[in-house]
Design a protein around this ligand. Structure first.
Ligand SMILES: [Zn+2]
Length: 177
């Protein structure tokens, strides 16, 4: 961090910057906390008693932060995660935990989207999974082409949501698309 500060043109010995390397290191421990966990553990405790409920379960507008692996710059966005249960459901907050577990790593948005969908698909064995992520990338909005406000959208549809046009339209409508 001291090298980077010097390289950026400032003085790492300046009072305001003296503690910065330590603070950045501490912050990065938090940004990268996902490496210390297997997000799938959040999906290991399931419930079978759902009173015959067999429709879409959706959690939307889940805010998240990640960092792009190319520039280590923030990716800030929101996700919508839906599944069509087989015979198991999870506590709704677990879906957000899976997202954060993968987001708190160095990422590309495409892989983040796929990892969240795959984890739900593999561990809940639902009939369908749909994940849509919208995010802005600081490496694009604050540098390079400098296009603030531009959002990138990625999605992954599996099972029924992939195979059946009507289910896909239904889940996308519930998500607000
Ligand atoms: Zn980037």
């Amino acid at each position: 961090m001291r090298t980077l500060i010097r390289w950026a043109g400032d003085d790492p010995e300046r009072e305001g910057l003296l503690d910065t390397p330590r603070r950045v290191a501490k912050a990065w421990k938090e940004y990268a906390r996902g490496y210390e966990e297997d997000p799938a553990v959040h999906l290991s405790r399931t419930f079978e008693e759902v009173g015959g409920y067999d429709e879409i379960v959706l959690l939307k507008d889940i805010p998240f932060q990640s960092h792009c692996e190319h520039h280590m710059a923030p990716i800030i966005g929101k996700a919508a995660i839906a599944y069509l249960p087989g015979d198991r459901v999870v506590g709704i907050s677990k879906l957000a935990r899976v997202l954060h577990g993968y987001a708190r790593r160095l990422q590309v948005q495409e892989r983040l989207t796929a990892q969240v969908a795959d984890a739900i698909w593999d561990h809940l064995q639902p009939k369908g999974v749909a994940v849509v992520i919208e995010a802005s990338h600081a490496c694009m909005t604050a540098r390079g082409v400098q296009t603030p406000g531009v959002m990138m959208t990625t999605s992954r549809m599996m099972g029924t949501f992939r195979a059946d046009e009507r289910s896909r339209r239904e889940v996308l409508a519930l998500m607000g698309y």
